[in-house]
Structure formats: structure tokens, C-alpha cells
Write a new protein. Sequence first.
Length: 70
Amino acid sequence: MRYHIFLRPVREEGFEGYYYAHIPTLELTTHGKGIEGALKAVIEAWIEEKAEKRPSGSYKGGAECARLAT
């Protein structure tokens, strides 16, 4: 699967250098320091959301992270 991630700078006082990261398909938005920080935050939020929806007792390895990197 591939998802588009939209990035845009946060234009609020006190958040200079921060970016929003948004994945429209997943209705997921977060922010982080710089572009790399925003990407890391949105990936971590996506993994956390997937873990919450995962049935108990299922595999809990880092497979999601590996798929995102390809």
C-alpha cells in the first residue's frame, strides 16, 4: 500500500520550524519539528492506530515500519 503524505508549515507563533503531516486516506494529521519530525510523527501515529485496532495476541513486530520504508 502507498499513502500520500501532505506536509505544510505550521504558521502559528511558537511553532516556527514545525510542519503538519496529513494522510487524507487515513484521516490522520499530526505535526513535528521540521519535515523529518513531521514524517516520523505521522508514521508513529499510524503504527499506534494500527496497534489499537489489532486483535489481541496477533504479531506485534515492526512489520508496519518495514512496509512504510519500501
